[in-house]
Ligand binder design. Structure first.
Ligand SMILES: *[C@@H]1O[C@H](CO)[C@@H](O)[C@H](O)[C@H]1NC(C)=O
Length: 235
């Protein structure tokens, strides 16, 4: 038998909320002994609830003490409301509008010859919906998505993939719904070559042209020199 070196008694006060309004806040005050919660005040029931023999006994006693109960009930407002209002002011009612980019990528599964990736960057808060439309109709099959990935700077990103078999004349759309948008944002896939690819081709073509000009100049120079040498008398 080994005895613990210490006993630990502590309590945990929690405010559960969906808005900063008092009716939407639940205040929970839990008492623990050696990691076991033995009694809890729950503001929704306005009373203590016991979980162990000791907890149940104490709940009976405290629930029959109107002054103590009144004090606990008042704590929802005095303890939760200021903290929650501060949190809403600091972060929770703020939104950051994401940027949305559609790109063509190599398909995962090989079931379809084409795949599009809809990348949504730098949004806050986390809750977001990214869906696909084909000629205005929602597409649900062959759609995969990452989770909302935390950048570590309060912002999130998400990537949704659509595997598909292209049809001529169709319109494929990535639709993003987020608290920062007054209405859903729709980005249509433009199958013509993206600007970055055009830039790469332009750079390559200029390089090729420059190379051709230089080698032509070299060739002309060489020919002239060679001809000059021939004209010089040899003896
Ligand atoms: C508080 O009590 C309400 C009503 O019984 C219950 O729905 C809720 O889950 C309780 N909350 C906690 C955290 O125990």
């Amino acid at each position: 038998l080994s005895l613990p070196d210490a006993f630990l008694h502590y309590y945990l006060a929690t405010c559960v909320f969906t808005s900063s309004e008092l009716p939407d806040i639940e205040y929970i005050h839990s008492y623990y002994f050696n990691k076991i919660e033995f009694i809890r005040f729950n503001s929704t029931v306005g009373k203590f609830v016991g979980y162990t023999e000791l907890g149940i006994r104490n709940a009976e006693r405290w629930n029959n003490d109107p002054a103590f109960l009144a004090q606990r009930r008042a704590q929802k407002e005095t303890y939760c409301k200021p903290g929650i209002e501060t949190r809403y002011r600091a972060a929770l009612d703020k939104t950051a509008e994401p940027s949305v980019r559609l790109t063509s990528v190599r398909p995962h599964s090989g079931r379809h010859p084409a795949m599009l990736m809809c990348s949504v960057y730098n949004f806050y808060p986390k809750y977001i919906s990214v869906t696909w439309l084909r000629d205005g109709q929602p597409v649900t099959s062959d759609v995969t998505s990452t989770d909302e990935l935390a950048n570590g700077d309060w912002y999130y990103q998400i990537h949704s993939y659509l595997e598909y078999t292209p049809r001529s004349g169709e319109k494929i759309t990535c639709m993003v719904e987020h608290a920062s948008f007054p209405s859903p944002k729709k980005v249509d896939w433009n199958p013509s070559m993206p600007q970055s690819d055009r830039n790469k081709i332009a750079t390559g073509a200029s390089g090729l042209l420059l190379g051709l000009i230089l080698s032509l100049a070299g060739l002309i120079y060489y020919k002239r020199k060679a001809r000059g040498r021939v004209l010089v008398p040899t003896s």
